[in-house]
Structures are given as structure tokens and as C-alpha cells.
Write a protein that binds this ligand. Sequence first.
Ligand SMILES: [Zn+2]
Length: 231
Amino acid sequence: MSVVKIAVPFELRDRCIDYGDAKIEEAKRNPNSRSASVAWGDALTNPDVWTRSKIAECAACLYFELDPVPTLRWGQGTDPGWDFPVQLPGGWPLVDVKETHTKTLFWPIYKNSFFDQEPFHILISATAEIGLSYATIHGWLSKGEFRARRIVSRGLRGEPKEPGTRYVPHERLHRMAIFPGRADDPREHYCWCGDWVAQFDSKVIETLGFWVCHRHAEEALRKWSLTSSSR
Ligand SMILES: [Zn+2]
């Protein structure tokens, strides 16, 4: 499993620290707000949890050459269930970055019942330390792949500590170098939504010039015919 280390500038890290402090203040002021009520474990009182997750989001933005300041949400209020969109041929997947200090990509247990309804397409696993000048990105999975590959933690060594937490070990994630639309391996074909394109229609690929899954092929062809007829 190859990881990617991303330098996070100090001024950005300081912004993440301020964000973490503000989230704790917000939770204190509105104990019944969604972010406070769903926050689990020490996230309610420990600003570092918020800071590290924001640093991880910044690192993922920087990986895609996006400026984290205008791209990410820095204000208060509810989390819509994704962090930022990435522009790819055919669509805009919504990326949700999960910060981890385990060797797994895990879904927070308090959000188990929200998994299906959350609007994100792709999960990215990253590790951040406030004292370091970089963050580590471990890899990605589509929503469907996470659902198919997830293991339920029994709280054993190497697993997320809360039994019932759903997770995928880092060695079962995709490398960032085969992210949809930017794969360095010509045999790896993913739709913008993150789903692997197992069976393809060579005519569709030829027409569009990029790979697309069956679910999104029709929409992509419709958009293509609209833009080509307006030329
Ligand atoms: Zn798709």
C-alpha cells in the first residue's frame, strides 16, 4: 500500500487549530445541535479531534491542487456529509475525508445509521498530527466498495476500538495514483463516482473519451450529445 505525504503549510495548520477551538465553543453553546449531538467520544471536548480532521481535509484538497481556504467549510453549523467536490471527466464526486489513527478507514459508529443516506461518493483515509508539517493520505474507496468490503470491529487489536465500528484495512484501499480520472495504470478504470468499470461499452468510451459506469453512462451521453449539438 503506497501512501502519499502532503506538506501542510503552518498558516493553514493554524487555521485548523482555530477551527478546532471554534467547534468546541460551538458545541458548548448549542449542546443540542446536530454536530454536538452526533459527536462521539472526546470530540465533544477535545479540539484536537476537529483540528486533525481539518488538517486531513486540507491535505486531501492540496493533493487535488485545490486551495483549502475557499474549498472547505470553515464556519459553524451542520456537516452536509461531504467535504469537497473534485472535478473529473463526467461528474463531480463528493469526497469525504476520514481522519484516522488506526491502520483502517473507518466509519464513525455514531453515524452507522446515516451511511446510506449520506451524499458522498468517495471516502479518503488520512492521518494528521498537529505537530507535524505534513499529513499522510492512505487511499480511497467508493461508497459502494466500502459497503462491500467493510468489516465490523470486535474491538480487537488493530481494529477501531469501539466494537460495531465498520472499517476497511488500509491495505484494501485503492492507491491515490488510481483515483478516477487520474489513474497511472491504464488497466484501472473507474467512473467519476468511484465505481470500478467492470463491463464497458467500447462505443461509449470512444464517444466520451473517458470511462463511466453503467449507472452514469446514459447521463454522460446525454450531456455529451447536448454539448456536441450546440457546437
Ligand atoms: Zn458512476
